[in-house]
Design a protein around this ligand. Structure first.
Ligand SMILES: *[C@@H]1O[C@H](CO)[C@@H](O)[C@H](O)[C@H]1NC(C)=O
Ligand SMILES: *[C@@H]1O[C@H](CO)[C@@H](O)[C@H](O)[C@H]1NC(C)=O
Ligand SMILES: [Zn+2]
Length: 522
């Protein structure tokens, strides 16, 4: 018999020997329940060609030919672009392919020639957040949970350690600007949120996005410290960024100037930004952004919503929508940065993949992943792979899972077309934890509800979670890295997340670490 059987028999013995609680059900020894015979697919396969070996052989031959003809690109990267899908784990990528048209589809960046895996743990946590990982993939240094742009000496909320400049670490954006390149950032979240602020901020707590929150966190110690929005306008790095596009207007205004403003210091940081230089341009609508003339723009600040920008599906559904898409922001950012002769560094975040996963809204998470894919596609189209390195990755995963044996081509959001031992169907997409727990589990009868009956099919439908939590958590497994352009071949293998900016800096010959230019002349 199989190894699997022996394994399960062994597990049963160990359980008995330890005198642990006897499981209610016997260990599974039955091959049929492990790999059940399933009803035949009602639908024809995507292509009847898949039933032939000729199809698979030909596809493999083509891929091999592409790989064999690939010439390593060891040019110096003039431009470097880092795309981040926040919370975009591997299960999200796989499900997103089904969402965009079928399992055999590829997201735009899955066409990139080189792929690796990034290890995401932080200095203090096995499963990290978007703040410490931003420090890692932008500043090249792992840090503590909740902190941004500071080293591991700074614990979350430690105002005194944050004040000590020798604890500050700087991003690839600064390294690029110090070498004469321009830098910019684009996000669908608040521009002061954890991921984008890794480009320019140093803070012991990701929440200190405006002066009120900083003062609440540090009390008297807030004196002399700057909140994240202030650091974007006046900080050593923020004040030099050429493009800043996203949401988060509320952190830049006292309510005196904007009714949703959250500052309490009587300031209007947007007006201050415009007053700093005649070339500084502020836009707050999609229409205005699309009209920005790159050659006539000095620095560009675009804030398109009070908080995070809306989900792409919400933008589509709103006839009054005047927020740009991630693709539109990315294209405009590149247009503006391209006017710089020495090249640029651009950070682009699809930030709402993470936010929808936290709410167990898998449909939206996959749609936001598709939006990121469109933005990457556009960036690859309007730049030259001979001189522009594009890296696409994620900061961490989620507890999201794609389970069961649903037929090819079936609706990934539908039923797994099989029942649990409680004779109720289950959904292929689910989470290990999250707020949807008691929507799908009847806490009075201690039975699952039928998820197919409860599933609304709407974009904001929740997907089942196994443990009740207010907010679904991040996941700790490795995330993928996709690379295209100069030195993209460096990004293969399994490595620490904080290596990413060092490899990008190597390709562009910026920063004080190893660079391609040094090794060429040595
Ligand atoms: C600042 O931090 C450095 C190293 O992290 C430490 O050596 C130094 O004593 C600190 N300075 C103050 C004033 O705390
Ligand atoms: C942008 O401005 C430049 C310089 O003023 C001008 O030559 C160009 O035609 C403008 N482009 C557009 C699309 O208006
Ligand atoms: Zn998150």
């Amino acid at each position: 018999m199989t190894l699997t059987l022996k394994f399960f028999v062994g597990l049963g013995l160990i359980t008995l020997a330890l005198g642990a609680a006897v499981p209610k059900r016997a260990p599974v020894e039955d091959e049929e329940s492990m790999h059940p015979h399933l009803p035949r697919s009602a639908r024809a396969r995507t292509s009847s060609e898949e039933a032939t070996q000729a199809y698979w052989h030909a596809a493999s031959k083509q891929l091999l030919r592409e790989k064999l003809s690939h010439v390593r690109n060891t040019n110096r990267a003039k431009n470097i672009i880092l795309f981040l899908g926040d919370g975009m784990g591997l299960a999200t990528l796989a499900a997103a392919r089904s969402y965009i048209g079928g399992e055999e589809q590829k997201l735009s960046f899955e066409e990139f020639p080189f792929t690796g895996l990034s290890k995401v743990y932080s200095v203090d946590k096995i499963v990290p957040d978007s703040a410490c990982t931003s420090t890692s993939y932008l500043c090249g240094v792992k840090a503590n949970y909740g902190t941004i742009g500071v080293n591991g000496h700074v614990l979350r909320g430690d105002c005194q350690a944050m004040a000590n400049a020798s604890n500050h670490v700087f991003s690839l954006g600064k390294w690029a600007m110090d070498s004469g390149k321009a830098a910019g950032l684009v996000t669908t979240t608040r521009v002061t949120h954890a991921s984008p602020s890794g480009v320019y901020a140093h803070t012991a707590d990701r929440e200190w996005e405006n002066n009120a929150l900083l003062e609440e966190g540090c009390g008297e110690q807030a004196e002399g410290l700057q909140d994240i929005a202030m650091q974007l306008i006046y900080g050593e790095v923020g004040s030099r960024l050429k493009v800043m596009l996203g949401g988060g207007k509320r952190n830049f205004y006292d309510p005196e100037f904007y009714d949703k403003g959250r500052r309490t210091d009587g300031r209007n940081l947007v007006e201050e930004f415009e007053a700093l230089d005649a070339g500084n341009t502020f836009v707050k609508t999609q229409k205005k952004l699309l009209k920005v003339n790159a050659t006539e723009t000095g620095r560009l600040l675009g804030l398109f919503s009070s908080g995070h920008m809306h989900y792409h599906v919400e933008q589509l559904a709103d006839p009054e929508n005047n927020e740009p898409t991630l693709e539109e922001m990315t294209e405009k950012a590149i247009e503006v940065l391209e006017t710089e002769e020495e090249g640029y560094f651009l950070f682009v975040e699809g930030g709402k993949i993470d936010i929808s996963h936290h709410d167990t809204m898998a449909r939206i998470a996959l749609d936001e992943t598709a939006e990121l894919s469109k933005a990457v596609k556009r960036a690859r189209e309007i730049t030259n792979p001979e001189d522009t390195l594009i890296v696409v990755t994620s900061d961490h995963s989620h507890t999201f899972s794609v389970a069961g044996y649903q037929p090819r081509g079936s609706d990934i959001f539908g039923s797994a077309k099989a029942n649990g031992l409680d004779n109720k169907p289950y959904l292929p997409l689910s989470y290990a934890n999250g707020k949807s727990f008691d929507y799908y589990y009847n806490t009075e009868t201690h039975q699952r509800e039928d998820p197919v009956v409860l599933a609304t099919g709407d974009f904001d439908q929740l997907f089942p979670a196994m443990v009740p939590l207010e907010s679904e958590t991040h996941g700790g497994e490795d995330v993928a890295v996709f690379a295209s352009g100069p030195w993209a071949h460096l990004f293969t293998g399994v490595y620490e997340q904080n290596t990413i900016p060092h490899m990008m800096a190597f390709a562009a010959c910026v920063g004080d670490g190893l660079t391609a230019c040094q090794t060429a002349t040595n």
